[in-house]
Write a protein that binds this ligand. Structure first.
Ligand code: ADP
Ligand code: MG
Length: 389
């Protein structure tokens, strides 16, 4: 897949050449899970996998959206876009046009064609890749000159308010702002960013992504319930968000919560968020000291915390992690919201416990448990969104 292919397909679908092609990557989060919704720290990097948007401006208010992965084109009127009115996949790019217009930018219509190699629904943020590529395309077509963080903010607004998914800021910022060979350390409170060099290959390592290809229905309102629990715990502890509970005060905070009747699972939620923020600090220190191997056990500790305290893992993710570690991986954890989706594994590049052996062990374990085969691939940190043609 390539920019040229997207341009050719655009021509075939829309009957005229496109004005340009813009691309945005999917992402994985190295560490820092459920910390962004607690004003804490996350550490995503951009995948080499891209979503391409070939596009041409229109002046008649029409928005014609086509994707190689979806059915017939959606035809909309940019002047009449409203949250909840566009069904299916077209809500993502239409939501971006809506968010740009709501922010006062003169989008007068466009023809779009989308191609993607980011697996959809695998926790690798194909939705953010689509939104950010669309935002960058519209920015380019209409000469808006918006900075990447602002495009990311509008893309997030599209997903929250137009599509109706209450995601945090991480996915869109990662897709828009990551740089080649780095993880992006993001402070979810003030959105300040730091690029931290991360080149596993230079250290004789490989980072594997294991897409379990399962997405479990969460019967107990999993995401919203945990978010509400974190907010209730922050209120009970008298802090703005759990990010404000220092790691050294964790025991005191847990004691305080234990003293409040009916706190239920709040202590476990607090323990995860506070230790996870601390793990982000520790992984940052490892990477900045050039000791990438030392990050491995921190990833595994993060998984245990998500499994036991935050309770958002599932049998397939647990199996991916235990099989990878059993085969000699340096560290492994679920990544993303959980209940399916993907895991990340840090392994030696070659040798008896190398990436190939680890990938094979995971695949064998899935077969042994009767699960559908996972998709396992190596991922080096890539560049963020950009114009490609
Ligand atoms: P994730 O972001 O983890 O991949 P989401 O459920 O947030 O999962 O987003 C997946 C949805 O995004 C798809 O169901 C589809 O509606 C939309 N989408 C993503 N990529 C494409 C694409 N290339 N073409 C059309 N729709 C896409
Ligand atoms: Mg998504």
């Amino acid at each position: 897949m390539s920019a040229q292919r997207a341009a050719r397909a655009f021509h075939a679908v829309h009957g005229a050449p496109c004005a340009g092609v813009w691309a945005a990557p999917g992402r994985v989060n190295l560490i820092g899970e459920y910390t962004d919704v607690n004003d804490g720290f996350v550490m995503p990097f951009a995948l080499p996998h891209l979503t391409w948007v070939a596009a041409r401006a229109r002046t008649d208010g029409r928005l014609r959206l086509h994707s190689a992965a979806a059915g017939p084109a959606a035809e909309l009127d940019v002047g009449h876009l409203a949250p909840g009115t566009v069904p299916g996949w077209a809500a993502y790019p239409a939501g971006v046009a809506w968010a740009l217009r709501a922010a006062g930018h003169g989008i007068t219509g466009a023809d779009l064609h989308v191609e993607s190699e980011v697996p959809a629904g695998a926790g690798l943020s194909s939705s953010a890749a689509l939104e950010v590529a669309t935002a960058l395309a519209l920015d380019g077509l209409f000469g808006l000159g918006l900075a990447r963080p602002e495009l990311a903010r509008l893309a997030q607004r599209a997903e929250n308010a137009f599509v109706g998914v209450p995601c945090g800021a991480m996915d869109q910022i990662a897709s828009a702002c990551c740089t080649d060979g780095h993880v992006l350390r993001l402070d979810a409170r003030d959105l300040s960013r730091r690029q931290i060099p991360f080149d596993p290959q230079a250290h004789g390592l490989t980072l594997l992504v294991v897409d379990t290809r399962v997405a479990h229905e969460v019967g107990d309102g999993g995401y919203a319930r945990r978010r509400a629990g974190c907010e209730a715990a922050a209120r009970a502890l008298g802090v703005r968000a759990l990010r404000d509970v220092p790691y050294v005060q964790l025991s005191a905070a847990l004691e305080e919560l234990a003293g409040i009747g009916g706190a239920g699972d709040l202590p476990a939620l607090v323990r995860h968020v506070v230790t996870e923020n601390h793990r982000v600090e520790e992984v940052t220190a490892c990477l900045e000291a050039g000791d990438v191997r030392a990050a491995g056990p921190l990833l595994s500790a993060g998984h245990a915390s998500l499994r036991d305290d935050f309770a958002v893992s599932c049998p397939e993710l647990d199996l991916a992690v235990t099989a990878a570690l059993g085969a000699g991986a340096l560290g492994a954890r679920m990544t993303g919201a959980g209940f399916g989706g993907s895991a990340v594994v840090l392994a030696e590049r070659t040798g008896p416990a190398g990436a190939a052996a680890v990938a094979e062990a995971v695949t064998r374990a899935f077969a042994g448990a009767g699960h559908r085969g996972p998709r396992v691939f190596a991922a080096a940190p890539g560049a963020g969104a950009r114009r490609v043609a």
